[in-house]
Design a protein around this ligand. Structure first.
Ligand code: HEM
Length: 485
């Protein structure tokens, strides 16, 4: 095979890639050395802003296969037939640390899934936890500021983490989850994924259902203790990335079984928990899990930057048969993601191969912008309606309309009969074995005891007391013992 020729970006052959051009043998460099200038300038521009949260992640392609008939609940085409397969891309992530952080840390894990369906891309951007810390998106920037590095000390501060939680009693459920045994997954393969929010499904008859997604790992749940996590994070910051990459390279393809909980829309108003409150689960005895299909990851991306760093998921990428619920957190997210992508990747991020539809094509009147690559047919009109056979609307809504009532205003989420910030946290605690309780209490006390202000400690203790008397007492004793040391 003939030797390939190294070229500049405009395709001209490069004569010397080892020595820059100088004025004379020992003289200064010449501005006319195009190859040198281009090489240094491009290198300076290799990095783009990292994600403001979930900066650190790993991704893989695969497929979703329907195993059970769910056409009674949704008209979504990719779920329309048992045996139907749809290509997918999944990006896992940690949340709080920056791109250079470690994988084996106590933090929720992102579980962002893109289905490349024949009716457009459907993004389900979830976590490995069924609930979240807050229930109103207006708190999200404050929450994240309190968990990431402090602007003065440049590191995560227990004072900030717990001060935010002192003011967010609704976080008690998720804190109990995060500080428990599943708080540090052993790898991305050994954890579940959840849509977390309630979404809407609409069937072909136009009937609406509310659903929650559960992806159960077929590898089994495996987690690390606080000590194991600290050791592994120190030894190999990339432990999750290595595990996922190597498993798929070896042909050990990880898989998850998708289940949904389905609530007929008419039951939402009187359910004992507000079904649109992201800090609550629906107990399985109220709404049992129903199997839908199987997700398999079987292909590593060829280039991490192009396909994982530039992957863009947006919770408002729905397909016909699936839509949002009135969950306020979800509603906030419907704005936040595409806005983040326009800043981080640019307005044409949807044209990058990992983000573009694969089983259909985007066909609309959006035009131009930085780095536009989509070439419309010659003479295609860039306005609508038009008389030239351009793409036209279908008139078919994606999901059923939902009734609303009341006055505009900054309302708190409506409380249903069993709603408070603590009941479900207490239920989770009471489900744990004695050993699990001990580890949970030690993990909480390890963080809370580092807080410098007594009033912040007291407010947090009050939340654990409110969840369960035994839980509160044990955390209090453990914190006091550590603070007296
Ligand atoms: C109002 C609340 C929230 C806001 C405003 C928000 C905002 C964001 C933003 C701006 C990003 C970075 C996007 C990017 O640059 O690519 C992000 C990433 C992410 N968020 Fe959220 N988020 C919220 C809540 C949640 C919740 C509740 C979940 C899970 C149930 C979640 C899961 C994720 C995941 C998995 C990613 C990473 C996506 C990827 O892999 O590219 N977020 N979020």
């Amino acid at each position: 095979m003939p030797q390939r020729v190294l070229t500049t970006e405009s395709g001209a052959p490069v004569a010397d890639n080892q020595n820059s051009a100088t004025a004379g043998v020992g003289g200064p460099i010449l501005l006319q050395d195009q190859h040198l200038l281009e090489k240094l300038a491009r290198f300076n521009r290799e990095r783009i802003p990292e994600r403001v949260v979930h900066a650190r992640g790993s991704g893989a392609y695969g497929y979703f296969e329907v195993t059970d008939d769910v056409t009674g609940f949704t008209s979504a085409d990719f779920l329309s037939e048992v045996g139907k397969k749809t290509e997918t891309f999944l990006r896992f992530s940690t949340v709080a640390d920056s791109l250079g952080g470690a994988d084996a840390v106590r933090d929720p894990r992102g579980f962002a899934l893109k289905f490349y369906t024949e009716e457009g891309n459907y993004d389900l951007v979830g976590n490995n936890t069924p609930v979240f810390f807050i229930k109103d998106p207006i708190k999200f920037p404050d929450f994240i500021h309190s968990q990431k590095r402090d602007p003065f000390t440049g590191k995560q501060e227990a004072d900030n983490v717990w001060d935010f939680w002192a003011h967010a009693p609704e976080a008690t459920h998720q804190i109990t989850w995060l500080m428990g045994d599943r708080g540090i997954p052993a790898s991305y393969r050994h954890m579940n994924g959840y849509g977390s929010h309630t979404y809407q499904w609409t069937n072909a008859q136009g009937e609406a259902f509310f659903v929650k997604y559960h992806f159960k790992t077929n590898q089994g749940i495996r987690s690390l203790s606080a000590e194991q996590g600290a050791e592994l994070a120190g030894q190999d910051a990339n432990s999750h990335q290595t595990d996922l990459l190597q498993a798929i390279e070896r042909g050990v393809n990880p898989s998850w079984t998708l289940y949904v909980q389905v609530m007929p829309a008419a039951e939402a108003a009187d359910y004992r928990f507000n079904p649109f409150d992201l800090t609550k689960v629906w107990p399985h005895k109220d709404y049992p899990l129903q199997r839908v299909g199987r997700l398999v990851l079987d292909r590593n991306p060829d280039n991490v930057f192009a396909e994982v760093e530039q992957a863009a998921f947006s919770p408002n990428n729905f397909v016909p048969g699936i839509g949002p619920s009135p969950d306020k957190m979800l509603q906030g997210r419907l704005f936040a993601y595409a806005d983040a992508h326009r800043y981080r990747l640019g307005v044409n991020h949807t044209q990058l191969p990992v983000n573009a539809p694969k089983a259909t094509e985007a066909d609309n009147y959006g035009r131009d912008g930085l780095m536009a690559t989509n070439a419309q047919a010659r003479g295609a009109k860039n306005y609508e309606p038009n008389s030239y056979d351009g793409p036209a609307e279908t008139g078919r809504p994606l999901a059923a309309p939902l009734a609303v009532s009341g006055h505009t205003g900054t309302h708190e989420a409506p409380a249903h009969t069993k709603d408070d910030d603590f009941f479900q946290a207490g239920e989770l605690y009471r489900l744990m074995s004695e050993d699990e309780k001990k580890r949970l209490v030690a993990n909480i006390a390890g963080g809370l005891s580092q807080v410098t202000r007594d009033d912040v400690v007291e407010k947090n203790l009050a939340h654990f007391h409110a969840a369960d008397t035994d839980y509160g007492k044990r955390v209090e004793d453990a914190v006091r013992a550590l603070r007296e040391d």
